[in-house]
Design a protein around this ligand. Structure first.
Ligand code: S3P
Length: 186
C-alpha cells in the first residue's frame, strides 16, 4: 500500500488505545497495527512490570489488585502524555473510571470485542493472568464479560474479533479506521 494510505488518522487525539477482555488479542493486534502505521507500540502491562520490577502475577500476589490498578492508571496516564502510539491496555484498565476518562480525553479507544467462548479457548492453559488462576477460568471470563462489556461498549470504536487468522482482524481494524477518517474528511 502506498505510504499515504498508511497514515493513522483518528477521530480523537493521536493515540489508539486498545481495550477488551483477556485473550481478545490486544497486544498482538496492537503490535501489527503499529507496524502497519509505522508508529510505536506500547503494552501497558509490560510498562507496569518494568516500573515494578516484577511480573503482573507477582504484583497481584505481593501488593494486591488495588495497588496494581493504581499503577496501571499512572502508567497509562504517562503513556498518553507521551508520543503518539498504539497502546494495548490490560483488560481491567478501562473499568477504572479515572483511566477511562483520561483515555476518552486524550485518545481514541478501540474495543476488540470477542465472543466469550473464543476468549475461553484462547486463554486456556496460559498461567500468567492472576484473575484466571483462581477458580474456574471459563466462569471467571463469563462473569467478567457480563460486568465489563457494557463499559467496554463506551469505547469510541468497536471491532469484532473472531476465531480467525490475526491478519483478518488487523485488516478489519484498518478498514474501520479508514472508513472513519473518510467520514471525518467530508
Ligand atoms: C487483567 C488483564 C491482564 C492484566 C491483569 C488483569 C484484567 O491483561 O492486566 O492480569 O483485569 O482483565 P490482558 O488483558 O492483557 O491479559
Amino acid at each position: 500500500m502506498p505510504n499515504k494510505q498508511k497514515k493513522l488518522k483518528l477521530p480523537k487525539g493521536n493515540t489508539l488505545v486498545i481495550v477488551g477482555l483477556m485473550g481478545a488479542g490486544k497486544s498482538c493486534i496492537g503490535r501489527n497495527l503499529a507496524k502497519y502505521y509505522g508508529i510505536p507500540f506500547v503494552d501497558a502491562d509490560r510498562e507496569i512490570e518494568e516500573a515494578a520490577g516484577c511480573c503482573v502475577a507477582d504484583i497481584f500476589e505481593i501488593y494486591g489488585e488495588a495497588e496494581f490498578r493504581d499503577g496501571e492508571r499512572r502508567v497509562i496516564k504517562r503513556i498518553l502524555e507521551g508520543e503518539p502510539c498504539i497502546l494495548a491496555t490490560g483488560g481491567g484498565a478501562f473499568m477504572n473510571g479515572e483511566t477511562r476518562k483520561l483515555i476518552s480525553q486524550t485518545g481514541t479507544s478501540l474495543w476488540l470485542k470477542a465472543d466469550v467462548e473464543v476468549l475461553i479457548k484462547r486463554t486456556s492453559g496460559r498461567k500468567h493472568r492472576p484473575l484466571l488462576n483462581k477458580g474456574n477460568p471459563a466462569n471467571v471470563l463469563r462473569k467478567l464479560a457480563q460486568e465489563r462489556y457494557p463499559v467496554y461498549g463506551e469505547a469510541d470504536i468497536v471491532v469484532e474479533t473472531k476465531d480467525e487468522p490475526l491478519d483478518a482482524t488487523v485488516k478489519r481494524v484498518v478498514a474501520t479506521l479508514k472508513k472513519l477518517s473518510v467520514k471525518d474528511d467530508n
